[in-house]
Design a protein around this ligand. Structure first.
Ligand code: PEP
Length: 251
């Protein structure tokens, strides 16, 4: 009932030529897939090129961020409208790297989320605790604050296209993955919270992705968990063979 999503976050990697090459390899290898959604998020400068390469494939395009204004005097920023113009269907917001390096707050992330929805694009809202927060038993409070803040003032109807990505910060790019049980526990907690904040339909229908060192050797176990509906992948999405294997997970 919840169609799985495998999403690749390329971060600040791959030139336009490299992005064209990787997306062409993926489009070729994944052309028959229709029982799961495949998303790739290249750097801004490669979006339009990649959109063109994948246009006849099942692969969808995401941006890694956006600014919560439509247009105007916002030097250096890019809005959901311009990302839609470049060919995006999804926008990742609130990635932990942006929260940590650029001090993005839940309020700012919430503003972006509204603008993404207003544009008719689909947000992937990232949340996750640091190692210190987990060790100090603050994990559930932190996740609750991020969810309540990020999804503030949204209606159940507006939740229909929102995707959540749970990414424990200590597992991102570190090679340390949350065990399938640890991830499942948190996903189940998030689903319960969605039930409390919205309703059971939202809780049942919202896709919750796991992110944090997802690799070909752990994807099947993660994807076999009841409340894990997909993966947001950094490192392993930069290699065509690995990413194709992730999309072809078995559960
Ligand atoms: C990410 O950046 O969203 C991520 C999960 O990275 P990695 O897969 O490299 O841990």
């Amino acid at each position: 009932m919840r169609k799985p999503i495998i999403a690749g976050n390329w971060k600040l990697n791959k030139t336009i030529a490299e992005s064209r090459e990787l997306s062409a390899q993926l489009a070729k290898s994944l052309k028959e897939i229709d029982d799961r959604e495949i998303i790739i998020a290249p750097v801004y400068t490669a979006l339009a090129t990649v959109a063109d390469v994948i246009k006849s494939s099942p692969i969808q395009l995401a941006a890694q961020n956006c600014y919560p204004e439509k247009d105007g005097a916002f030097t250096g920023e890019v809005s959901p409208e311009f990302l839609q113009d470049a060919g995006c269907q999804y926008i990742i917001i609130g990635h932990s790297e942006r929260r940590q390096l650029l001090n993005e707050t839940d309020h700012f992330i919430n503003q972006k989320l509204f603008r993404v929805l207003e544009t008719g694009l689909k947000p992937i809202l990232c949340i996750g605790e640091t190692l210190q927060e987990r060790e100090n038993n603050r994990m559930l409070d932190v996740l609750t604050t991020q969810i309540k803040g990020g999804l503030a003032n949204l209606t159940a109807k507006q939740m229909a296209t929102v995707v959540i990505a749970y990414e424990p910060v200590w597992a991102i790019g570190t090679g340390k993955t949350a065990s399938a049980e640890q991830a499942e526990d948190v996903h189940s907690f998030i689903r319960g919270l969605l039930q409390e904040l919205f309703d059971s339909k939202v809780a049942t229908q919202t896709r919750i992705l796991y992110g944090g060192s997802v690799k070909p050797n752990n994807v099947d176990e993660l994807m076999s968990q009841k409340n894990i509906d997909g993966a947001l992948v950094g490192g392993a999405s930069l290699n065509a063979e690995d990413f194709v294997r992730l999309v072809q997970f078995e559960n």
